[in-house]
Structures are given as structure tokens and as C-alpha cells.
Design a protein around this ligand. Structure first.
Ligand SMILES: NC(=O)c1ccc[n+]([C@@H]2O[C@H](COP(=O)([O-])OP(=O)(O)OC[C@H]3O[C@@H](n4cnc5c(N)ncnc54)[C@H](O)[C@@H]3O)[C@@H](O)[C@H]2O)c1
Length: 351
């Protein structure tokens, strides 16, 4: 077996987990990661990364870094994870998000052409952020797209869309209408990759992740990872503030379940040319998550602070039926089990 897997952004949360899971599938695992200081305390190879992985500390937007890497390695499979991921931050630092997520992707694809290296397969980590508020159902069962909540609506504390109910997101039937710059860049990444792969007959799979959580998630990045933020507050005996009314739904999917979905997408031809939703399929309210954490640490009850963030969506939950039917995969870790594992891990890290 002489197969090479290249993982961009592979030193991050998801990349480290995947690198260990695919150790026996590839003879070489190459990581291209800038070791972004917002995520990594140091540019050293993270302990969580597979021992087999070769780390190249370089930026995906830099064409010369690509040429250097591709002069040494010919990747058979590429997992494209490198991204700027701060949803809120992307509104005020849109150029940085666009240059890494959009131009970083085009630099990668141009480098493959320039170096005459065509991978057999590219798997892209996309996001539920591409859906924005997604699709909702009126009382007469008709489906509509409410679009982005206005500032006036939010200032009036009208969190939900009136007289309608949210429907889980499914790539085959839910239109993509992002409400954040981050979501817009992820959708652009999808579109660029699809055109390029179809033109060059390269297989691809696009996976739209819901909220990924678990041991290994960055504890220093204050722009992502609501669960680790809640844990830190509860550990300091603070009451967790709940934005809006705390009843926003999120689909928390455990890191090992995400890694196994990625591995399946890499090796299973049924995933070729598909866009698949990766979540637990279960929707939990933010209040439910905060209460679980507060109880664990004996912290005071969470409280509704009614703050809100532009670009945040009201509800997000995946319809994973197509993913279950396509991949030899099913999410295995329950929310309780996963939260306990994450809290145990954070306790170890923070003492
Ligand atoms: N974690 C989630 O909940 C979630 C949800 C939906 C989608 N995603 C997507 O999954 C992918 C991986 O997410 P993650 O949670 O592992 O994030 P992460 O921040 O832990 O990892 C991203 C990695 O990319 C690297 N990186 C950033 N900019 C780079 C650049 N210019 N060049 C090279 N490397 C760069 C960072 O150093 C980091 O190691 C991202 O594309 C993200 O959009 C994640």
C-alpha cells in the first residue's frame, strides 16, 4: 500500500482525530497547517496528531508552499479542513475569512494543476452554516425560507419566525442561504470544488458538519466551541448566560462520529459527488446543554440574558437520512456520553 493522504488544517480539532483513524488506510499522512495562533498555543506538532503524520507548517494561501509540498508528495486523497471558522468574527474580518476559505481553496486547486498532480478524491469539510436559517413550515404545511432575522426583529426579542416551525436541514432538499460571511465562504468553497472536480474528473465528497464537539477542541479559541466556554464558566461557579431565550436548537455531533463519517467519505465510492449532512440527527436546546454542564459542576442555574449575535441562526439540526443510506456509518455517541467525555477531558486540561 503506497497511498498518501494530505490533510489541510490537519493539526486542528477534526484533523487530529481523523489522522489517527486513517493510520492503517494510508502509507503516508501529510498535514499542511499554518498553526494559527488563535487555535494553537505553539507551532509544535500537537500531541493529538498521529505519530505517522508529517506536519508542514505552511499557509494554504501561499502558492510557493504548495509547490514545495507537491514536489515531495503526490496525494491520492485530500481532506480539505483548513479554514477560518469564526462565524461571528467573520462579519468584521471578512477579508481574512474569504482569503483563507475561498482563495486558499483556489490556491490548492491551482497548485494541483500547476504541478500536474490530480488526486483521486477530495473530501471537503463544509458546514451547516451554508443553510443559514434553513427551511421552515407554515401551519398549512407549506415550506418557506424566512431568510436572515433583521436587527429590528432581534431587538424586539422576536427570536422565532411566527406561526411556523423549523425543519431539519437536508442537502437534497434545503436550499443554501447563508446568514454569515463564514457560511458564505463555505458555500463558495463547495461551488468552487464542485466545478473544478467535475471539470478534471476528480471525485469529491462534501460533508456539511453540524456542531462538532468532544475532547481535543480548542480551549483557547474564544470564537468557536460554545461547550468549552460553558464548562469554563461553570467550573468557576458562574451562572451560564443564555443568549436569546436559550431555546435555540443545535445538533451536537461527537468528534469520533465525525471522524468516522470522513473516513467513510474518503474510502466509500458511494459518497462520490455527494453532499452529505453530518450531525447526530438529534436537536438539543442550548439551555439543555447549559443545564447539563451546570449540574455536573454544581454551578448556579443558567439565566436568560437576551443578548444575540448577528448571523447566528435560530435553529440548526441535520436530517441525516441520506447520509445513513449512503455511508456505512451511524453516529454512535449520545449527547450525555459525549458531554461527559468532553467535561472529563476539559477537567484534565484545566485542572
Ligand atoms: N468544529 C466544528 O464544529 C465545525 C462545524 C462545521 C464545519 N467545520 C469545518 O471543519 C473544518 C475543520 O474544523 P476544526 O473544528 O477542526 O477547526 P480547527 O480550527 O480546530 O482547525 C482548523 C485548522 O486549520 C488551520 N488553518 C487555519 N488557517 C489556515 C491556513 N491559512 N493555512 C493552513 N492551515 C490553516 C488551523 O491552524 C487549524 O489547525 C473547517 O473547515 C470548518 O469550517 C467545523
Amino acid at each position: 500500500m503506497t497511498r498518501t493522504c494530505l490533510i489541510t488544517g490537519g493539526a486542528g480539532f477534526i484533523g487530529c482525530e481523523v489522522s489517527k483513524l486513517i493510520e492503517d488506510d494510508f502509507s503516508s499522512i501529510i498535514i499542511m497547517d499554518s498553526m494559527h495562533p488563535q487555535i494553537h498555543k505553539s507551532p509544535e506538532k500537537p500531541a493529538a496528531l498521529s505519530l505517522k503524520a508529517n506536519l508542514y507548517v505552511s499557509d494554504i494561501t501561499d502558492p510557493s508552499a504548495w509547490d514545495e509540498l507537491l514536489s515531495k508528495w503526490k496525494p491520492d486523497v485530500v481532506l480539505h479542513l483548513a479554514a477560518e471558522t469564526g462565524t461571528g468574527q467573520s462579519l468584521t474580518e471578512s477579508t481574512r475569512h474569504a482569503s483563507v476559505n475561498v482563495v486558499g481553496t483556489t490556491q490548492m486547486l491551482d497548485a494541483f494543476v500547476r504541478n500536474e498532480i490530480m488526486p483521486q478524491k477530495i473530501v471537503l469539510a463544509s458546514s451547516r452554516a451554508v443553510y443559514g436559517e434553513g427551511n421552515w413550515m407554515n401551519q398549512d404545511d407549506s415550506i418557506y425560507y424566512p431568510g436572515q432575522r433583521t436587527n429590528e426583529q432581534l431587538a424586539r426579542e422576536e427570536w422565532d419566525f411566527v406561526e411556523s416551525s423549523f425543519l431539519p436541514m437536508r442537502s437534497a432538499s434545503t436550499l443554501s442561504m447563508p446568514t454569515s460571511i463564514y457560511g458564505a465562504t463555505k458555500l463558495t468553497q463547495e461551488n468552487i470544488l464542485t466545478c473544478w472536480c467535475n471539470s478534471f474528473d476528480v471525485n469529491y465528497s462534501i460533508l456539511r458538519f453540524q456542531n462538532v464537539y468532544g475532547p481535543g477542541q480548542s480551549l483557547i479559541n474564544s470564537y468557536t466551541g460554545i461547550v468549552s466556554l460553558f464548562v469554563r464558566m461553570a467550573k468557576q461557579n458562574e451562572s451560564i448566560p443564555l443568549y436569546e431565550d436559550g431555546l435555540m436548537i443545535r445538533d451536537f455531533v461527537y468528534i469520533s462520529d465525525v471522524a468516522s463519517a470522513i473516513r467513510e467519505a474518503m474510502i466509500n465510492p458511494d459518497a462520490n459527488k455527494k453532499i452529505l449532512d453530518v450531525g447526530s440527527g438529534y436537536g438539543a436546546t442550548i439551555k439543555e446543554i447549559a443545564e447539563l454542564i451546570a449540574i455536573r459542576y454544581g454551578a448556579p442555574q443558567p439565566f436568560v440574558c437576551k443578548k444575540y449575535r448577528n448571523g447566528d441562526v435560530r435553529h440548526a439540526q441535520a436530517d441525516i437520512s441520506d447520509t445513513l443510506a449512503t455511508l456505512n456509518w451511524t453516529p454512535e455517541v449520545t449527547l450525555n456520553e459525549g458531554m461527559n467525555n468532553l467535561c472529563d477531558w476539559i477537567d484534565l486540561q484545566l485542572g
